[in-house]
Design a protein around this ligand. Structure first.
Ligand code: NAD
Length: 277
């Protein structure tokens, strides 16, 4: 293979990619990169307002984009999205399940014992991450099953490998996302086509809306004890930047990984490899 052929593996011109949670920090970064690689992107989110910076970056890319309202926990909403995407782009080739996160009330702390965490917050977190990955995989994956090709990419977490303290529902739900990634990879390959692949990335610690003030102090910007402990356990000595995810994401979507299915790739600055000693 020469350089031109290798580069072509990352040309997504004419491919339609649905990204859930696409107006979020990581989903937005991934959308920009794939637009730059020529893809048609359906940015689906419950919040359809794009940050000004994201609008500017999207405007300068080569692919086509639509931003649509969709709730990953409601099948009729997802079906409406699918119909709109087919009307706009004609097919659905790839799905990235980037909607997810933790509910602040589902976090233990000095004033909040595990025993008192509200059922609603536990349910919200479990459903958003697991059901919110399964339902879009059903609705959009069906198109891939009919076409006999496609790629689904899930977003797991470091919590899936070994749970972090304080966030029990999020940890358990992300472990379930990794488990479901393997299940669906086997199911799609055996029941529909070996050309339908399902993988996941497990990001380490990226400073985003959801965790910024758990890891850094809101006023001083200094690391919190939890933030410091994370950096101390990350051999590369820093948090991830959203663009650090892109290499793994592009590789898992592209035919460069055509014999790879059912894996979860850590993108974590070495966090998961380090014993702490
Ligand atoms: P984010 O909050 O910036 O983005 C999440 C997006 O999901 C938001 O735009 C939100 O509106 C959307 N969303 C929430 N509920 C939805 C619903 N019911 N239907 C549709 N959209 C919905 O978070 P992020 O940091 O970009 O995280 C993206 C993914 O990466 C999540 O699954 C998160 O758990 C995972 N992750 C993040 C980190 C990190 O350090 N930031 C680490 C590991 C994994």
């Amino acid at each position: 293979m020469d350089l031109k052929e290798i580069t072509q593996l990352y040309d997504f011109t004419g491919k339609t990619i649905v990204i859930t949670g696409a107006t979020g920090v990581l989903g937005g970064e991934i959308a920009c990169a794939l637009l730059g690689c020529g893809a048609n992107i359906a940015m689906m989110d419950r919040n359809t307002k794009l940050e000004a910076d994201l609008v500017k970056r999207i405007d300068s890319t080569v692919g086509r984009v639509i931003v649509i309202y969709g709730n990953v926990l409601k099948r009729p909403s997802l079906e409406k999205c699918a119909a709109k995407i087919i009307e706009e782009f004609g097919r659905i080739d790839y799905l990235i399940n980037a909607a997810g996160g933790n509910h602040p009330e589902a976090t233990t702390g000095p004033q909040k014992a595990f025993f008192d965490l509200p059922e609603k917050a536990l349910q919200f977190t479990s459903e958003l991450n697991l059901l919110g990955t399964m339902l879009p995989s059903q609705v959009f994956g069906k198109y891939m099953a009919e076409q006999r090709e496609g790629v689904i990419l899930n977003i797991s977490s470091m919590n899936a490998l070994r749970p972090l303290t304080r966030i029990p529902a999020y940890s358990a739900a992300k472990a379930a996302v990794s488990n479901f990634t393997q299940w669906l990879a086997v199911h799609m390959a055996q029941e529909y086509s070996p050309d339908i692949r399902v993988n996941a990335v497990a990001p380490g610690f990226f400073l985003t809306r959801q965790n910024r003030f758990l890891l850094t102090d809101e006023k001083s910007g200094e690391l919190t004890p939890r933030g410091k402990s994370i950096i101390d356990h990350t051999p590369m000595g820093r948090f991830g930047q959203p663009e650090d995810l892109l290499g793994a994401v592009l590789w898992l979507l592209s035919p460069a990984s055509k014999f790879v299915t059912g894996i979860v790739v850590p993108v974590d600055g070495g966090f998961s490899a380090f014993s702490g000693v």
